[in-house]
Structures are given as structure tokens and as C-alpha cells.
Design a protein around this ligand. Structure first.
Ligand SMILES: [Zn+2]
Ligand SMILES: [Zn+2]
Length: 453
């Protein structure tokens, strides 16, 4: 059955909710029909992986496919300019922003897929495998890209039949795996959405991550904080060093760091016990020296993972406490200016915070409608994800978001339970139709959010 055949039923449906439910049933059928097409897209992306910021061919394929569907592309070069070793520009950005216009053009929902791969050598036993050495889609972003392209096709068909209630913004985002805010593709996309005037109409962001540690059918989404923030703080101390015989007379960075570590662990352990954060270091690095040499410098990196919605204040307090302990301990064991202190911070990703419980419910309802035998869970996850930036305040405006982890293991069919970023990473490609349907169902259910509330 096509969308057109279904229209009669939709017109007779007595309520908006009923209309949407009928449409979603049709979407599920349509996703099943186009599964071979989106699977072929996925296989092509999987065989031709590209690293973050260098997704040139991937980006072209995405734009070509969208163009073939007659979908409006707002920008296909979002991101940071990339140069080769000879300073020649090889890419002017690889992110793609496209819009499917619905009936109400003053409202929109944004759907996001990340498109980058990882520097991993793929296990040659994988049946669909990378053609490139030391490059692999080991996080499933190829699945995300293909699923969103499938959703784009269905959304455009709905729009052409006059059945798409609102605009839908499609975000094919580069550079998710970069770990630091400075290089995050999400941040580039948000800036571009604002610059193009598209962000002002967006009412919700929705993203999905394929998850081979869960079986097919399982969808994880949690109210409040779902994924922790990440970041690092480096403490570097430099002094003149010297002979062990003088250790009580000269500044001893080894002793200073010992005391700093003890004090900081004492300060941050209660936060961990309250489930608010992990602030910890694993070692202090000194230059190689002899047993009788007091080191002239040392460096210690503290990892900061905040798992509280109050993460901004906690992050600031953590940095302030580290600064105070370092300064007071250095003063205790050295005279003025004998030890130089440097404290550097590297901002990682924000935590993913689901501030609007209604969106979480929309994802759950949608999952139940489109995924066979869906089971819903609400676990907190320790992984980092730059989807986290979309629902954060940007230029004074915060837009809610929802991020679902979609189970994709199917041990009976040769897709065992496993973790992300492994060289034998694989998922059941049957999950593509589910993820494509979930994107579209999210849009449709969201369009009646306030009416059904
Ligand atoms: Zn990853
Ligand atoms: Zn990922």
C-alpha cells in the first residue's frame, strides 16, 4: 500500500491523533519497502569510511541522494575548512543541512545523523567491510546516515501528498568522534542553523544511536541526564629540580603533587558518592630521570565527567577547587616564583540532558508504534556524544532535544552483543527500517504534541 492509497483513511480519521496513528502505520510499511534501498546506501557508506572533517565523498553522496528526491539543500559544506600537508584546501566543510517542507512552515523538527568514521582496521571476517586501510565505521554512523536518508525519502513522499504537518530539518553532521568541543561537528551545525535563520523555527532536536550492546527491539531513553559531560584539566608545575640530597631545601614537585592528589581526591570523592561526577587522575608524568634526581617538572591530567543536570556550576566549582589546592600546596612547599603553575582546560562534550519529559514520551510512544516487540529502558550511559550541544542554550535560546539508543544486536542472525569502537563492530542492518520509521514517527507525533498533552 502506498501513502496515496492510505489517504482516504486519513481523511476519514476522526481526530488528529487517529490521523497520525494511521500515517505512522503507513510509514512502517513504507520503511519496510525501501529497506533494500537504504541497506544498499548503508553498505556503500560502510565500505567507504571517512574520518571526521574529511567526509568529502560521504557528504557528496548524501547531497546527491537528497537532490534526487528533490529535497531542498540549505547548505552542503558545513564545518571547518580542511587543508592537506601542502596547505591546499581539500574540503570546505562536509555537513549537510536539508529541509523537507511541510504544511506549517513556521514550525520544524530537526533530525540528526552523524556521518564520520574512526581510525580502526576492520576485522576481515566482517561480511560488509571497509575498503580502506585503518578506517572503519566502528560506531555505526553509516547506519545513522542511511536511516536518516530513508526517513528523508518517506518524509518527502508525505510532503508531496500534503500529509507532512510541519517542516523537517535534516542534519547530516560531520566530526562527532572528535571528543573536544573545539572540533565538534554539532557546534558547527548549530552555528550554521542560526546563521541561516533555520534554528528559530526548530521546536525539537531528535537523534538516534545504534547500539549493538542491546538486542533489536530495545530502545533506551531516560528523562533528565542521559549521558555525562566530559572534559579535562591539566596541571603543569615547573621548577629547577636538583639532587635528592637537597630534597627538603628545594621545591619538590613530586611531594607537591602527592599532596595535591590526596587533597583533590578527598574533595571530589563525595561528589562521586552523590552520583554527580567523576573527577580523577590516573597518574602524574615526570620527565625521565635518575633515582637521585628531584624532577624539574610534572604534569597531571584530571578527567572531569559530570553526571548532574547542574553540570555548569559543578564544572566551575571543580576548576576553582583545583586552582585553590594547587596554589596553596605550591605556596606551602616553595618560595615565591620558584615553581611555575599552569592550569589548562579542554572542554569536551556537554552531558545529554532531556529537559522536556514530553519529548521522551514521544520517543517511547513512537518506538512502540514502529518497532516490533519494542522494550523500553531508561539507563544512564557513560559514553560521550556531541548531540548534547543541540539541546543546550545557544545565543540565549534553548531548544529541547531527545536522543534514543536503539538496540541492534541479533545474535541468532550473526550479530552478537558487542561494544562500539571495536574492529569487529557489526549490527543487524534490519535496524535501518526501524530507525528510519522512528525518525518519521517522532516528527508526526511531535506535530500534535501540545494537542495531546
Ligand atoms: Zn563513537
Ligand atoms: Zn557514535
Amino acid at each position: 500500500m502506498t501513502v496515496e492509497n492510505y489517504k482516504g483513511n486519513i481523511e476519514n480519521a476522526s481526530s488528529d491523533k487517529e490521523k497520525i496513528n494511521l500515517l505512522i502505520k503507513e510509514v512502517v510499511k513504507r520503511a519496510q519497502e525501501i529497506q533494500p534501498e537504504i541497506k544498499a546506501l548503508y553498505e556503500d557508506f560502510h565500505e567507504n569510511p571517512e574520518l571526521g572533517g574529511q567526509e568529502i565523498e560521504t557528504s557528496k553522496k548524501i547531497a546527491d541522494y537528497l537532490e534526487s528526491l528533490d529535497i531542498e539543500i540549505a547548505d552542503s559544506h558545513v564545518g571547518i575548512e580542511k587543508k592537506d600537508d601542502n596547505d591546499k584546501v581539500i574540503s570546505t566543510g562536509t555537513g549537510v543541512i536539508a529541509i523537507v517542507h511541510g504544511l506549517d512552515r513556521s514550525r520544524s523538527v530537526a533530525l540528526r545523523a552523524d556521518i564520520d568514521a574512526l581510525p580502526v582496521d576492520e576485522d576481515p571476517k566482517n561480511s560488509v567491510k571497509s575498503k580502506k586501510e585503518h578506517l572503519m565505521h566502528a560506531c555505526g554512523h553509516d547506519i545513522h546516515t542511511a536511516a536518516l536518508l530513508g526517513a528523508a525519502k518517506i518524509l518527502k513522499e508525505l510532503a508531496d501528498k500534503g500529509e507532512l504537518p510541519t517542516d523537517v530539518v535534516l542534519l547530516f553532521q560531520p566530526s562527532e568522534e572528535k571528543t573536544f568541543q573545539k572540533e565538534s561537528g554539532a557546534v558547527q551545525m548549530i552555528k550554521k542553523l542560526e546563521e541561516l535563520g533555520i534554528r528559530k523555527n526548530i521546536e525539537a532536536f531528535f537523534g538516534q544511536h545504534v547500539t549493538p550492546s542491546f538486542e533489536m527491539g530495545k530502545v533506551n531513553i531516560k528523562e533528565g541526564i542521559q549521558v555525562a559531560s566530559s572534559g579535562e584539566i591539566d596541571i603543569t608545575l615547573k621548577t629547577k629540580g636538583g639532587h635528592v640530597a637537597d630534597v627538603y631545601e628545594i621545591p619538590n614537585v613530586n611531594r607537591i603533587f602527592s599532596e595535591i592528589n590526596t587533597k583533590l581526591y578527598d574533595i571530589f570523592e563525595p561528589l562521586f558518592k552523590k552520583n554527580q561526577s567523576i573527577v580523577a587522575n590516573t597518574r602524574v608524568d615526570y620527565p625521565r630521570g635518575g633515582y637521585n634526581i628531584v624532577p624539574s617538572e610534572g604534569k597531571s591530567t584530571w578527567v572531569v565527567r559530570i553526571s548532574s543536570e547542574n553540570y555548569k556550576k559543578i564544572s566551575k566549582d571543580v576548576l576553582q577547587q583545583i586552582k585553590e589546592v594547587v596554589t596553596s600546596t605550591v605556596e606551602k612547599y616553595s618560595n615565591k616564583d620558584e615553581v611555575s603553575v599552569k592550569i589548562d582546560t579542554r572542554l569536551g562534550y556537554r552531558p545529554i540532558v532531556h529537559r522536556d519529559p514530553a519529548l521522551v514520551n514521544i520517543v517511547r510512544d513512537s518506538a512502540k508504534q514502529v518497532i516490533k516487540d519494542a522494550t523500553l529502558t531508561d539507563n544512564f550511559l557513560a559514553a560521550g556524544e556531541d548531540f548534547s550541544f543541540y539541546p543546550e542554550d545557544f545565543r540565549g535560546k534553548q531548544i529541547p532535544g531527545a536522543f534514543a539508543m536503539v538496540g541492534s544486536a541479533n545474535p541468532e542472525n550473526g550479530f552478537p552483543i558487542m561494544n562500539h569502537h571495536t574492529n569487529n563492530f557489526k549490527v543487524d542492518p534490519d535496524v535501518l527500517k526501524d530507525m528510519a520509521s522512528l525518525h518519521v514517527a517522532f516528527v508526526l507525533n511531535h506535530s500534535i504534541k501540545d494537542k495531546s498533552a
